[in-house]
Structures are given as structure tokens and as C-alpha cells.
Design a protein around this ligand. Sequence first.
Ligand code: SF4
Length: 444
Amino acid sequence: MKTKRTDQPQKISKPRVNVVTLGCSKNIYDSEVLMGQLKGNAFDVVHEAEKLNRDDIIVINTCGFIDNAKQESIDTILQYSTLKEQGKVGKVIVTGCLSERYKPELEAEITNVDSWFGTNDLQNLLHTVGANYKHELIGERLLTTPSHFAYFKIAEGCNRPCSFCAIPLMRGKHVSKPMDELVTEAKKLAANGTKELILIAQDLTYYGLDIYGKRNLDELLRNLSDVNGIEWIRLQYAYPSGFPMEILDAMNERENICKYLDMPLQHISDNMLKSMRRGITKQKTIDLVNQIRDKVPGIAMRTTLITGYPGETERDFEEMAQWVEETRFDRLGCFTYSHEEKTHAYSLEDDVPEEVKQERADAIMEIQQGISFEKNQEKIGKTFKVLIDKKDGEYFVGRTEFDSPEVDNEVLIDANLHYATPGSFVNVKIASAEDFDLYGQIVK
Ligand code: SF4
């Protein structure tokens, strides 16, 4: 009988790590960095795998932004900690914003979670699962998005005093990433087939002020635009006050910087902007939007608004609704105000009833739906460069340079009549349009 040689070290198979991501694109980015490090430590790592293994280590990257998001994070933690009790998974580890913000309370409430980490705890988390942080992997990550586009975090944290916002409590002060590191990261992504970089931060336009003593997002844009293989660079989360107009020069100069700008404006009435501590007035906001549109003709502007902020009168709301009608943003999202502890606004009375907050948000989105429909009609007969994201049922689904993934319009192409490879660019002539979707044919 052949006996097993005993001098051979027993290969201990590491448990698989199953990462679950909640919240915003910045959390997606952080999960991808974590997964890249785990892979670099020879772990089998997956993202939100449905089929679970009994010894799986579940890492939940949570969101702690506003009520709904917090509840979703808590429900997800409870879901997996119950599965652990049932012996269906091995360990449950929680990280991210909710854990950063409420660790002591959560630890006391949910006792069967193995470990809790904050938003800036990657090395400790890795150590806890038996991995080591590898500096040589900086700029490398495991994408959870289709590989042809990637969220590209250029800074962490925020120095702004917005009264309603808990993000600085969870993400700390603004810290820009060194330009050379970002360019290296972009080159690695491009080498792996990424064509679209979606630049994200809490406040994109603050880039460089901390480490270079000046705003130099425009310089970063030009350097990223020079990276071979990058065909689209998209800007998300620009801040209005002190907006660096020079980035629009880079946008006009460079074909591969999308004529797209996401700039959350939150409100327009001076009464609200002042109380929100946004550092900008109604007139300055209107002037800024006009200047941007003058400087980059055809630019698609996305914004985000809040309804039901403390003290918001019917008149404040009417003022915002009228401004939305007049400004005709290309893309718009609207949140209802969430009364967040330890924020400046928490000292104010949350005096707008929840149902009124929601009615106002619905009214704003109804106006926007009409605007989006009209703007989409104007696209019929025109041809656009479209990046194909996926095949979904009868359609290939893609986006123009005016659309960010997940939140904006989509272009649908009948898969019975056309073929396109996800991750490829095609020219599409728009044949018909709905509120938020365009339909078209692939043309040469
Ligand atoms: S800019 Fe304002 S709203 Fe945005 S993350 Fe910073 S504090 Fe929050």
C-alpha cells in the first residue's frame, strides 16, 4: 500500500472570501481593491456569489449614508449572520461606512459577527483573514463591473461643511491620490481592456488642493487622456462652489473626455442653500450652469437634489421645481432629506413630514421625466458612438458618452437584427425614444 510522504507540507486550502458591496461607486471601488489584495494573497475571492460554501468568509462592505441605505446594510448583516448560525457560511466580517459610523452600537446589537472594520482599515481586515497587505498591488484590483469600464477613485474623504451630510464623519478629510499613482493605475486598467474611466470622489473638483497646493484636476484629466486605450473619461461628483473652469478646457481639447458632468446641486432657494452650508447662492448656481453650457456646447449635465430639508417651505420647493423646469438638466436624481445624527442639520427640527418630502421628490422626478422625454425625441435620426455594456434579453444595451452606468439613459439595439460585442464601441442611429431609453440600429 502506497503511504503518503509525510515530509510534504500539508496544503491548507484557504476558505473562499465572498465580498458583498452595498452603497455607492466608492464602495464598489474599495471592494475591488480588497478583492485584488485577497487574490494577490492566493485567496479564492468572489463578489456576491449566490451559491455559498459552509466555510465561506463573508465580507460585507456597508453603506451608512442615509436611512434607507443604513437599513439595507443592517438587513444584509442580519441575513448573513443568520446563515452563519445555520452553519451555511463560516465567518461574517463587516466593513465600510455603517461600521465606521456605528461600530460600538452594532457590536453590542449583533453579537455573531466575527469582526467589524471601518472605512480605512484594509490592512487590519486582510490580517484578520490571514492575508498581508501588498504594496506592490497598489493600483490593482478585481473589477466587479464589466471590464470595459471602471470606477476610478481619485481621492478619499471631504472637507466640505454641507449640513445634511454624514460622509465626512465616515470618510474623513479630503485626501487626493498622487497623480503618478493614478496614471499607473489607469495604464494597468487599460492594459486589461478597460476603455472607460469613471472618475469619482466625494468632491472631484477639490483634487490636488491638499497635496499640490492647487486644484489640478485638469492636469490629471490630460494625463489620463494620454493613456493608450482609454476612450472615455467621465466626471462624477463635481462641487459647484469654486468650480475649476479650466477642466472644461481639457474637456474641449480632448476627444476622450466625455462631454458629461455630474454636479450635485442639492437645492436652489437661497434660504435652503444657506442653511445647507453649500457656499453658493441661487444666482451663482444659475450663472455657473450657463457658463459651463456656453463653454462646452452639447455637454450633458446631471445633478442631484434634496427635498424636505428642515425649514423647506412650499415656496422654497416651488422655486426649485420652477428652476428644474427652466434649467432642463439632461439627467437628474432626487433624494428625500434624511435626518442624520452628528450632522450640522441634526440640530434643526426635521419639520417636513415624510409624505410631503416624498411628494416633492416625486413631483421633481415627474418634471424631469417630461424633460428627459423631450430631450430624447431630439435625438431621433441622429447617430451616436455607443459603448455596448451587455446583452439583455432581446437587446444589446449600451450607453452614449452622455450616460453613466446604472443611473442614466440606455441605448437598446434589437439583437435579432444586429450583433455587437459587449465592451465594443458601435455607431447607433436613433430610431425611437422613450423617457429614459433610446432605440436604434447599428450603422457604419
Ligand atoms: S461635498 Fe458635501 S454632500 Fe458631498 S460628500 Fe462632501 S459634505 Fe457630503
